[in-house]
Design a protein around this ligand. Structure first.
Ligand code: UD1
Ligand code: CA
Length: 453
């Protein structure tokens, strides 16, 4: 059976009290609406339609790299039913099923969607809607069914009588429609309700049969309407992600203090220590120990690396290297294998060969270091002349003494040693020692004059 998908993402999300449209709020590495689109990716839909409206341009831009997504504009947000009406021109002649998803229900599992589609097909329903029995149904539409899960009515929380509010079966905002039947019903929606909106949920009145399917784990269908629900969704997601990695052979020491984005990849026998946060497209190789107290974002860390009390963003670290304590790697830095970088060292767009060490109090920016280089304590690349950034290049086995300043652009060849306290302004291409500082003067017997009586 052919399936098309429509995601409702035009609402402002007033309850978020945010400049950002609700569906773009981030949740563990993806925005809410990206989560929703991700949940349908395996179904191979013929259409992926996202209905945008509030800050529509922003939503389009955020999703522009996703394959196959089509956008339709809902210029006025007149309700969820009105939103689906906007997708009708794109679905002309479509005779399959339309899966409609709210853009603010991010935790839905793929298996649940598959179950929904299976039931829809097995019973030949006009519509099958996902429901849940939840302890606190406040805010959700209530689903009134007969004994056989046949839906009689869906009533929004605000339109419910006191008695109807007692009903704990709620509408998850996930629907599978026989599209030709829905297309007939959609034009007849009325806005006779508390919000004077065209509710998609009223379409069930015109369709037969409509069946409800309860989700087993109601955490999946949490709708995010405010910041509290966003935080709750994050907790649920974190629990899922951590369970997954622990089952995959990763040690999490004190998991409650760790956060891991869904986009992160961890090899077996990685150890993540407390207070560590792994974000974005980060990959960590086997045997590596990250943390305690570290932040790694969009970085690739190979095997047997240790990262203690450090921040690593947009960078790569090769095997058997030690990072930290208190290092900061950023801006496409690449560190080779068997290196040491720590104790208040910052690397920005720096490339270090293998077995190179920068162990104390340094800034290396726009720098290329060879193998077995030793950077003395307090070595600084002066890479910025106030207008432009310049490169520092250091060859294999070279060493800088403590408190060296390398004024870029500058190049040291292989086997160059820089004396402590030097300010190097010119290239040193041959092996040797460079001393670039004032010679020490000692005046024997010199003393302060005693003050005049
Ligand atoms: C909706 C359902 C409710 C269900 C709940 C589940 C309706 C009428 N109610 O309520 O039964 O329990 O979801 O989470 O459908 N949107 C548009 N255009 C609009 C209005 C909304 O695109 O004109 C989008 C929003 O961006 C959002 C989604 O539709 O992603 C749901 O809208 P929202 O206002 O959050 O509906 P709820 O009140 O939560
Ligand atoms: Ca909602």
């Amino acid at each position: 059976m052919m399936i098309a998908v429509a995601v409702l993402a035009a609402g402002r999300g007033t309850r978020m009290k945010s400049q950002l449209p609700k569906v773009l709020h981030p949740l563990g590495g993806r925005s809410l609406v990206e989560w929703v689109l991700q949940s349908v990716s395996e179904l191979e839909p013929t259409h992926k339609i996202v209905i945008v409206g509030y800050a529509g341009e922003m939503v389009r831009q955020a999703l522009q790299d996703l394959p196959q997504v089509q956008f339709v504009e809902q210029t006025e947000q007149l309700g969820t039913g009105h939103a689906v009406q906007q997708a009708m021109p794109l679905l002309e002649n479509f005779t399959g099923d339309l899966l409609v998803l709210n853009g603010d229900v991010p935790l839905l599992r793929r298996e649940t969607l598959k179950d929904l589609l299976r039931i829809h097909k097995t019973y030949g329903n006009a519509a099958t809607i996902l429901t849940a029995q939840i302890p606190d149904p406040r805010g959700y539409g209530r689903v009134i069914c007969d004994g056989n899960n046949i839906v009689k009515q869906i009533i929004e929380d605000r339109d419910c009588t006191a008695a109807q509010k007692q009903n704990r079966r709620i509408n998850a905002g996930v629907y599978c429609f026989n599209y030709p039947k829905l297309a007939e019903a959609l034009p007849h929606l009325k806005s006779e309700n508390d919000q004077q909106e065209f509710y998609l949920t009223d379409a069930v009145n015109d369709l037969e049969p409509v069946m409800a399917m309860d989700v087993e784990d109601y955490e999946e269908i949490l709708g995010v309407n405010d910041r509290q629900q966003l935080a709750t969704a994050y907790q649920i997601l974190q629990r899922r992600i951590k369970q997954y990695w622990m089952m995959a052979g990763v040690t999490l020491v004190d998991p409650g203090s760790i956060t891991i984005d869904d986009t992160v990849q961890l090899a077996p026998d990685v150890i993540v220590e407390p207070q560590t946060h792994l974000r974005g497209e980060t990959v960590i190789g086997t045997g590596s120990r990250i943390g305690p107290g570290s932040y790694v974002e969009n970085s690739q860390i190979a095997a047997n690396v240790s990262v203690k009390f450090s921040v690593v963003t947009d960078s790569q670290v090769a095997a058997d290297t030690e990072i930290g304590p208190y290092a900061h790697l950023r801006g496409q830095t690449q560190v080779g294998s068997h290196c040491r970088v720590g104790n208040f060292v910052e690397l920005k767009q720096a490339k270090l060969g293998d077995q190179t060490k920068a162990s104390h109090l340094s800034y290396l920016g726009d720098a290329q270091l060879g193998d077995q280089v030793n950077i003395g304590a307090g070595t600084i690349t002066a890479n910025y002349d106030g207008v432009q950034k310049h490169q520092t290049i250091i060859g294999n086995r070279s060493k800088t003494g403590a408190n060296t300043v390398l004024v870029a652009p500058v190049k040291l060849g292989d086997n160059v040693t820089v004396a402590a306290g030097s300010t190097v302004t010119q290239d040193v291409l041959e092996p040797g020692l460079v001393i670039a500082r004032a010679r020490q003067i000692v005046k024997p017997g010199w003393q302060l004059k005693p003050p005049a009586p």
